[in-house]
Design a protein around this ligand. Structure first.
Ligand SMILES: [Zn+2]
Length: 433
C-alpha cells in the first residue's frame, strides 16, 4: 500500500517545494471567495512515534488556544481582526502555539463565536481534535511529503497515498493548484490530513449589472437542488459507495494480489459511476441556468458543507468539490461564472417572509416550514432559493456586489425591489424549448 511506510526525517534532504504562481494566501478563512476554486485532498500521514507525540501536543495546545480566545472574546467581539487583537498576546503567553498558529487559533475562535451567535447562542467548546494549517505553517513538497509546524520543531512526513497516487495526485502534480488552508484531524490514533488546494476560477467576467442568478444547494439525499426546483438525486451515489465499502471490508487486510485487484476494480467501477453521474448533474445544472437565462450560478461555499450537513463525510466533501469543478468548466464554456456564497442561514431562512430560525427546518423530514408565515417547501429547495438570493444586490443576505439583481425560481423572478414577478408578466420571458 503506497509509500506510506517510509518515514522521512525532517532534517533529511529537502525536496523542492511546490512552486507557487501567486503569493501564498494569508487570511482567507471562510470569506466568500469568488476568485478561487478550492479542493480538499484527504490523505493519511505517516509519522514517527516522536512526531506523532509532537502533533498530539499541537492538537492539545490548539484546542486550548481556541478555547482561551473564545472565552476571552465571547462577550466582546467576533471579527477575526478584533479577536486576534484581543487575544493573541495571551495565547502566546499561555500556550505553546507558535506565532502563526496563535493567529490561526484566534481566527478559528472568531469563526466559532460568529457561528454560535448565528445558531445556538451558546459558547463554543473546542473538543474535536483538529488543527488548521496555512501556507506559513505547512509546506508541501514534490516528493509527496509535507512539513508542518508544531509546538516543538517542524516535522516532515509522508502523505499516505494509494500506489497510483489516487485523486489527490491530481492536485499535487498540477501547478495550477496551489496548497491553501488545510486541516489536521486526529481520530482513532491516526492522523488524517485534509490538504487544501486552490486555483483561480476559469476566467469568466462576472456580470456587472442586472444578472439573474441560479442558486444551487448541495446535499446527501439530493446531490443538488436548484432555485428553479430541479432535483438531482444523490441516492444511487450513496448506494454505490456503500457497495464499495462492503467489498473493501470483506477483503479485509488480506493484502493478497488478487484482493488488491478486486479492490482496485471495485474502486474503478465506483469512480466511473461517480464521474458519469457528476457529469450528468453538472450538465443538468448548466442547462437549467441556460433555460432560465441565468448569467450566474451560485453555490453555498463548500468549506462549510461538512459543518452544515449532518451525514456528509469525506466522500461527500469530495463529491461536492468534483461536482463544483465540473459545473465550473461546463459553465465557463457558456460564459456563465460560478460563485460560492456564504451558506449560513440559507437553510433556516424563509424565502417567503425572511424569518430566520433553526426550527423552521425539520432536517429529518426534509421539510421547511416557516414558524412565522407557515410557508412550506422542501428544505433543500428553500435553501437553493436563499443561496441565489444571497447574490442579489441589496438582498437581505446579500454577498459582495456580484452584479446580480434577480434570482431565478421555477415560475418567476425575485428581486429585492419588486419581490416576486411571474415569468408571464416579464417583457422578456426566458426561452423555453
Ligand atoms: Zn415565512
Amino acid at each position: 500500500m503506497g509509500r506510506g511506510a517510509r518515514f522521512v526525517h525532517p532534517e533529511a534532504q529537502l525536496g523542492e517545494p511546490k512552486v507557487f504562481k501567486r503569493p501564498p494566501e494569508t487570511d482567507t478563512y471562510n470569506v466568500a471567495d469568488t476568485d478561487y476554486s478550492r479542493r480538499t485532498a484527504v490523505t493519511g500521514l505517516s509519522v514517527s512515534p516522536t512526531d506523532a507525540e509532537r502533533l498530539r501536543e499541537l492538537v492539545a495546545e490548539w484546542k486550548r488556544g481556541c478555547q482561551l480566545a473564545v472565552n476571552e472574546a465571547w462577550d466582546v467581539c467576533h471579527t477575526r481582526s478584533e479577536v486576534q487583537q484581543l487575544t493573541y498576546d495571551r495565547l502566546r503567553e499561555e500556550t505553546d502555539l507558535g506565532s502563526q498558529h496563535a493567529v490561526l487559533a484566534t481566527h478559528r475562535a472568531a469563526e466559532a463565536i460568529k457561528r454560535a451567535r448565528d445558531r445556538s447562542g451558546t459558547r463554543p467548546e473546542f473538543t474535536s481534535p483538529t488543527v488548521a494549517f496555512d501556507t506559513r505553517t505547512m509546506t508541501v513538497f514534490d516528493d509527496r511529503t509535507v512539513s508542518l509546524t508544531t509546538t516543538d520543531e517542524r516535522i516532515r512526513c509522508d502523505l499516505k497515498l494509494a500506489a497510483d497516487g489516487g485523486y489527490q495526485s491530481r492536485y499535487l502534480d498540477d501547478e495550477d493548484w496551489e496548497p491553501a488552508k488545510s486541516g489536521l484531524h486526529y481520530r482513532d490514533g491516526e492522523f488524517v490530513f485534509h490538504l487544501g488546494f486552490r486555483t483561480p476560477r476559469p476566467a469568466v467576467d462576472p456580470p456587472t449589472e442586472g444578472a439573474t442568478v441560479l442558486g444551487v444547494d448541495l446535499g446527501v439525499e439530493n446531490l443538488a437542488v436548484t432555485s428553479t426546483a430541479r432535483f438531482f438525486s444523490g441516492g444511487e451515489l450513496g448506494h454505490r459507495r456503500e457497495e464499495f465499502e462492503r467489498v473493501r471490508s470483506s477483503l479485509g487486510a488480506t493484502g493478497t494480489r488478487s484482493a488488491d485487484r478486486t479492490l482496485r476494480q471495485a474502486g474503478d467501477r465506483l469512480d466511473r459511476f461517480v464521474r458519469q453521474r457528476l457529469h450528468e448533474v453538472a450538465n443538468g445544472i448548466v442547462a437549467e441556468a441556460e433555460e432560465y437565462d441565468c448569467e450566474l450560478i451560485a453555490f453555498g461555499e463548500l468549506e462549510e458543507a461538512h459543518d452544515l450537513l449532518p451525514g456528509a463525510g469525506a466522500f461527500h466533501e469530495w463529491l461536492f468539490e468534483r461536482l463544483l469543478s465540473f459545473v465550473e468548466y461546463r459553465a465557463a464554456e457558456r460564459d456563465i461564472p460560478v460563485v460560492e456564497v456564504n451558506p449560513e442561514y440559507t437553510s433556516q431562512r424563509c424565502m417567503e417572509c425572511g424569518f430566520t430560525h433553526p426550527q423552521n427546518r425539520d432536517v429529518e423530514a426534509h421539510q421547511f416550514e416557516c414558524l412565522k408565515c407557515d410557508a412550506s417547501a422542501h428544505d433543500d429547495y428553500n435553501a437553493a432559493k436563499n443561496i441565489a438570493f444571497r447574490c442579489v444586490r441589496r438582498g437581505p443576505l446579500s454577498s459582495r456586489g456580484l452584479g446580480a439583481s434577480a434570482c431565478a425560481l421555477q415560475s418567476g423572478l425575485v428581486t429585492p425591489d419588486d419581490g416576486f414577478t411571474p415569468y408571464a408578466e416579464l417583457s422578456e420571458p426566458p426561452k423555453s424549448d
